[in-house]
Design a protein around this ligand. Structure first.
Ligand code: NAP
Length: 282
């Protein structure tokens, strides 16, 4: 009897990974497309990142997703970067070809696709973004390149750290204006913006609340929370109460996964079917 070839490997590198939905999404995508791959969790602390990324090549992985807290460090470990990953100095996708690893940032395209579908091609001249980490940078870059945003307010609990982190990104400050607003002074920035994004973990279980009242929001504004669990987040509730339209992070999660899937396999992920199964799983 002929032996079946073992499946190829892909995975997600992060710490912790308890709540990651990526294995569900990609394993379903592989099964629906009848592709011979398995997607695994690789939960490792920062001290083991270097060794782990090297081991992926030896173990024959086709690639991996990268999540908190490894996105920025991984950008320094790869052989090549896509232009978008270089611009934001962070990768969420590794593609392995031969013994070479190329880093991509599919959060940018994932966010852009999800906002485009939700807001039907609107542009957003002024945006307020809660947070100044990797996701805030990806969102800022997507807004600048695809939604004509030219004024940014980054709302953060430590503006010195935030300013240092974002100023180091190659794309930052070229062709747009940005200021850094203390967490407690968020209300003014929210009122002044067409689009308000939560790019912090605030609103996930056990995390504190936002420093704004529903009155800071209004009809005509769009609010996006990058958090996808719970599906209706505290930030979305706040924005909706004030009259804004609000979307959660599930569509971004799905769309960034779809871009990674295609980079690894050359095949389109069956997005509608995967979205339905994801929604049914909540
Ligand atoms: P990150 O690089 O660690 O940045 C997190 C940011 O949030 C930092 O600016 C941090 O400030 C701030 N922050 C953390 N806890 C806070 C608190 N209690 N109060 C105020 N600010 C706080 O993480 P990231 O990769 O940008 O991810 C941010 C969020 O986006 C996460 O919830 C992640 O799950 C979500 N995300 C979703 C998707 C999706 O596909 N839907 C994709 C990417 C990320 P400090 O620097 O002061 O700590």
């Amino acid at each position: 009897m002929k032996k079946a070839k073992p499946p190829g490997l892909a995975g997600i590198i992060g710490y912790p990974l308890d709540h990651s939905l990526s294995p569900f999404i990609h394993n379903l995508g592989f099964a629906l497309k009848k592709l011979p791959y398995v997607f695994v969790k690789i939960e490792i602390p920062p001290a083991r990142l270097n060794r782990t990324v090297g081991a992926l090549v030896d173990l024959g992985f086709i690639g991996a997703n990268v999540t908190m807290p490894h996105k920025e460090a991984s950008a320094r470990l790869v052989d090549a970067l896509s232009p978008e990953a270089r611009a934001v100095g962070a990768v969420n996708t590794l593609v392995i070809s031969g013994r070479k690893i190329k880093g991509y940032n599919t959060d940018i395209e994932g966010f852009a696709r999800s906002l485009k579908a939700f807001a039907r091609d609107r542009s957003f001249p002024t945006a307020a973004i809660f947070g100044a980490g990797g996701a805030a940078a990806a969102v800022g870059y997507a807004l600048f390149r695809r939604f004509q945003t030219r004024h940014f307010h980054f709302i953060c609990r430590n503006w010195r750290k935030a300013k240092k982190n974002l100023s180091e990104k190659p794309f930052f400050g070229k062709g747009f204006w940005a200021d850094f607003v203390d967490w407690e002074d968020a209300e003014r920035a929210v009122r002044a913006s067409n689009l308000i994004v939560n790019a912090t973990p605030v609103g996930m279980e056990g995390k504190k609340t936002f420093p704004v009242s529903p009155a800071a929001f209004r009809f005509g504004q769009t609010a996006c929370d990058l958090i996808y669990n719970p599906p209706l987040t505290p930030f979305m509730r706040l924005a909706k109460k004030g009259g804004a339209k609000a979307m959660g992070g599930l569509e971004m999660l799905l769309q960034q996964a779809a871009v990674s899937f295609e980079l690894w396999t050359g095949e389109k992920m069956p997005v509608e079917k995967v979205r339905q199964e994801l929604l049914d799983s909540f």
